[in-house]
Design a protein around this ligand. Structure first.
Ligand SMILES: Cc1cc2nc3c(=O)[nH]c(=O)nc-3n(C[C@H](O)[C@H](O)[C@H](O)COP(=O)(O)O)c2cc1C
Length: 324
């Protein structure tokens, strides 16, 4: 049995795997293009970067692949609309939007014939998204890396939502191997979005120390921090999160420009994430999903996707044989 294709509007991904957008240039062109080349969908994160940087990243990815590439943009970003418009002008294939909900985004998508895919964590927002013209939804549970919009497990949300909408449902949060993929497909999801697994790949442009923290982490290292954005953020415990706990954050991490519409400015989330991805683990924040401890190897994207597809197919075949 083959895995089903994932259809979003007129786009057809041969492999139903979306590589989730990861802020401050964790998901950049080489990673995005590698996923797209394997038949999945790669997302460039438009968070924590300028409009020009996003434009350049899109161009760079388009030069590397003929596959499907999208952007992930935070509705909470001050420059939200400009980031969306720039992405559309650069010919992006789809727009995924999280950290808030924007009705204007659906209008922009419709006017420009670009599929819009909101990230939701409730039946109510799933239904509203469908009504407003979403081409698909990402249903993200509490296991996901980064900012969280829910404390509910992904599978409980998927169970509730799949029968309530007709548009494709993409499950996100805690999906690490092919069996995880197969399980949610059997629950009625049409595809998956994965973040953590793709950090530990050759193509991900973060420093080795960042990837090492992932592959050496244990279950206990997964923690929630209080982000200045006003949401919990799922991260790996390190020297910086110890300082946060002790209320001893370096003033060098404070904010000097307002990149978010709403922010407590207790510390700068963008600066902290950038520091980690550049190797300053003492002052940097490492976002990671709750199941990141199950990622044990840094591999090329091609191999990751090959393994995921094989594991998922094997699992589905076994379950199908049991059902007969
Ligand atoms: C390092 C990192 C950064 C992330 N940044 C963003 C972001 O900027 N916007 C967003 O909507 N989701 C973000 N996410 C969430 C991912 O896109 C994805 O939905 C999530 O990681 C799925 O859960 P998993 O990590 O368990 O696979 C981030 C996740 C990680 C691990």
């Amino acid at each position: 049995m083959n895995l089903p294709e994932l259809r979003i509007g007129d786009l057809v991904a041969k492999v139903p795997i979306v590589q989730g957008g990861m802020a401050v240039k964790v998901s950049t062109a080489p990673l995005v293009a590698a996923v797209a080349d394997e038949g999945g969908i790669g997302l460039i994160a438009g968070s924590g970067i300028s409009v020009d940087e996003l434009r350049n990243e899109i161009k760079r990815a388009q030069e590397l692949t003929e596959g499907i590439i999208g952007v992930n943009i935070m509705v909470a970003a001050s420059e939200f609309k400009d980031l969306v418009k720039a992405s559309i002008n650069e010919g992006i294939d789809l727009i995924v939007a999280g950290a808030g909900f924007s009705r204007d985004l659906f209008t922009l998508g419709k006017e420009n014939n670009v599929p819009v895919v909101p990230i939701v964590s409730s039946v109510r927002l799933a239904k509203i998204s469908e009504k407003l013209g979403a081409s698909a939804i990402v249903v993200e549970g509490k296991e996901a890396g980064g900012h969280l919009g829910t404390d509910k497990p992904m599978k409980s949300l998927i169970k509730k939502i799949v029968d309530k909408v007709k548009i494709p449902v993409i499950a996100a949060g805690g999906i690490i191997d092919g069996e995880d993929i197969a399980e949610v497909l059997r629950m009625g999801a049409d595809g998956v979005q994965m973040g953590s697994r793709f950090v530990a790949t050759d193509e991900c442009e973060v420093v080795q120390e960042f990837k090492d923290l992932y592959i050496n982490s244990t279950k206990e290292d997964s923690i929630l921090i209080e982000s200045p954005v006003g949401l919990p953020g799922q991260a790996l415990s390190n020297e910086f999160t110890d300082k946060l706990d002790a209320d001893e954050v370096d003033t060098g991490n404070s904010c000097d420009y307002l990149c978010l519409k709403k922010c407590s400015r207790y510390f700068c989330i963008v600066k902290s994430l950038v520091k980690a991805k550049e190797g300053d683990m003492a002052n940097g924040l490492v976002f990671a999903g709750e199941e990141a401890h199950r990622v044990n190897e840094i591999l090329p994207v091609k191999e990751v996707i090959k393994n995921l597809v094989t594991e998922a197919k094997n699992y589905l075949n076994r379950e199908e044989a049991k059902d007969e």
